[in-house]
Design a protein around this ligand. Sequence first.
Ligand code: TXA
Ligand code: MG
Length: 333
Amino acid sequence: MTRRLDATESGIATAASILRAGGLVAFGTETVYGLGADASQPEAVARIFEAKNRPRFNPLISHFAHAQAAFAQVVPNPLALRLAQTFWPGPLTLILPRAPGCIISDLAADGLSSLAVRVPANEVARALLELVDRPIAAPSANRSGRISPVDAAHVLEELDGRIDAVLDSGPCTVGLESTVVDLTDPQNPCLLRPGGVTLEELQAICPQISLPQTTHDVAPHSPGRMISHYAPHLPVRLDALHVQADEALLAFGAPRATQAPLVWNLSTSGNLEEAAARLFTGLRTLDQEGQALGLSRIAVQPIPQYGLGRAIQDRLNRAAAPRPQNGTQGSIP
Ligand code: TXA
Ligand code: MG
């Protein structure tokens, strides 16, 4: 059985003691719910992969209460310090070389010499991290390849009975995973995954940042960027200007007269922050209710390609990518 813990002092204390004992606790961050384990205990990290059914070759992000704790595990450079100062706590993950004496297990880092670190903004998450006082490895708390959870009920839909507890801090405010920036070569910072911090915001600090390459180029470097990901059961059709009678509609912007039997509007006012926060719940809802209604696809209206629109489109592209036949995620070339 998976315990549901309230975000009270005693709930947070229980969550912290489960994590210190090597157990698995899902917890809310501002981006999505993470499935946490003590990153310094390889057996605990192994349980994450088991619970998620995740291929072993994905390195995980380690979470910390403060930048100082993060920079004890990796070697920062001046750009990393500036980005951390500007965006932490918040939805930004930095990839940096491991520090000498780093306690994060090789399994959490998938044996790489670099590490992904982040300080989340959610106050409950930070209180938990503070109390545990260890790096907490946490991928999104969904089964591998599926839609990331943005509230505690989604976590239980995915992982009930497979993890020790979920710490319920309510719905996630950002709703999209963190932006991942590779800073291992400080002369050549590189955006690996668009996310809650936008490209425009990064460019204000770091104009030389290189843009996401194609998923094919990035995949070997950042294995979590698998092509088919965030996959609902129903197929997804992108950039739909018209919707068909057998399609559920993921809409964006002013509602139009539509034949669609099922509609989820990401933001009727065209606000990209609202759209990001409503994306994963929308996909999950259209998928479940669409299947119940016997619909055959989810059609998605075009999303503007600036600000958070890029990260939203990235997730939609992967939700729409061809599914592998063998039940695993998209292949890494
Ligand atoms: O918002 C988030 O980032 C959420 C919350 C829970 O913090 N976590 C999350 O974790 O999305 P996950 O495991 O689903 O995604 C981690 C991403 C993957 O794309 C992975 O490949 C990349 O970070 N990554 C981790 N370590 C890396 C490394 N050393 N080098 C390159 N990419 C790395
Ligand atoms: Mg994920």
